[in-house]
Design a protein around this ligand. Structure first.
Ligand SMILES: [Cu+2]
Length: 304
């Protein structure tokens, strides 16, 4: 027990802090490829050309901002220092300078145009959802995602994607112990798409406003009840990519992750075949009013 009359012991405090840090390090999660990374400061690693363009624009704008910052503050501090009163400088008495006023109007104008041209090009490209190879409707529900393949290879496939229940339970318990790398990003049925194909995502919602976002693809689109919005992506590599609902949609907002699985064309075709083969079997008991025994047999059959 700590004795309040004892003087503060800095060593003990350092020891306690180190022990806490060590305990956290022992539970540390690793970077999740296609998802968040530890101590991530920058944007996600781009997996589409548009996400790459957004990242480049981000760097471009930041460099311009930094250059303006250095030049403006450099001139300001130099002037204050160089013309200080203690070395005998007298204040200038001129008023209005046409040259200066033209310069500080024209230079910012040129900078804004130089930033607007590439930015506009990317924004327009983000909105161009024409000529898609695959169209998928994404419906936001409190609190899961519904995916309906409307057009292209896999047309007719439709399923719901929810957070893995074990992760939800782990969260309820304060995520104590070793949290998996994909903590709160694991779903039962990920959205599966082929690599290198233009995928048009149509968003809508059945209750409140949600937002479908996958940072590695550079997409974020609100899903609004009663409205249809769209976005698109063309994944350049296979792998798993993660996102989350990005519009506050109620108490389980943090628990409706997005997992996109990008497969090679052959793997995608195989997935479509397997989904199509499984779909009639799952719907048969309802449609054909199969006797209870058949339903049990089908339920017991291993899901492929
Ligand atoms: Cu939501």
């Amino acid at each position: 027990m700590k004795n309040p009359s004892q003087p503060w012991n800095p060593l003990a405090t350092v020891g306690a802090v180190a022990a806490t840090l060590f305990a956290q390090a022992a539970h540390a999660v690793n970077d999740l490829p296609g998802g968040p990374a530890n101590r991530q400061l920058n944007l996600h690693t781009p997996a589409t050309k548009l996400a790459q363009e957004q990242a480049d624009l981000h760097v471009f704008m930041m460099v311009i901002c930094l250059a303006i910052f250095v030049v403006v503050f450099g001139v300001m501090f130099y002037s204050i220092w160089k013309h200080r009163k203690s070395v005998g400088h007298q204040p200038a008495t001129f008023h209005e300078s046409v040259k200066v006023e033209i310069a500080w109007t024209v230079i910012p104008f040129i900078i804004v145009i130089a930033m607007a041209i590439p930015a506009t090009r990317t924004v327009i490209a983000q909105k161009d959802t024409s000529n898609a190879d695959l169209t998928i409707k994404v419906t936001g529900y409190q609190w899961r995602w519904g995916y309906d393949y409307l057009k292209g290879e896999g047309e007719g496939i439709s399923f719901i994607s929810s957070l893995d229940n074990e992760h939800r339970i782990l969260s309820n318990n304060g995520a104590k112990g070793a949290a998996p790398d994909n903590y709160l990003l694991k779903v039962d049925n990920p959205l599966v798409v082929p690599v290198g194909k233009k995928v048009r995502i149509i968003t809508t919602s059945s209750d409140v406003i949600h937002a479908f976002a996958v940072p590695s693809f550079g997409i974020k689109q609100d899903a609004i009840p009663g409205f249809v919005r769209d976005t698109h992506f063309r994944a350049e590599r296979t792998g798993d990519f993660y996102g989350q609902c990005q519009e506050l949609c109620g108490k389980e907002h943090a628990y409706m992750p997005i997992h996109v699985k990008v497969l090679s064309e052959a793997d995608y075709a195989a997935w479509v075949q397997q989904k199509k083969a499984a779909a009639p079997a799952a719907e048969a008991p309802k449609a054909a009013q199969a006797p209870a025994g058949d339903v049990v047999a089908q339920a017991a059959a291993p899901a492929k």
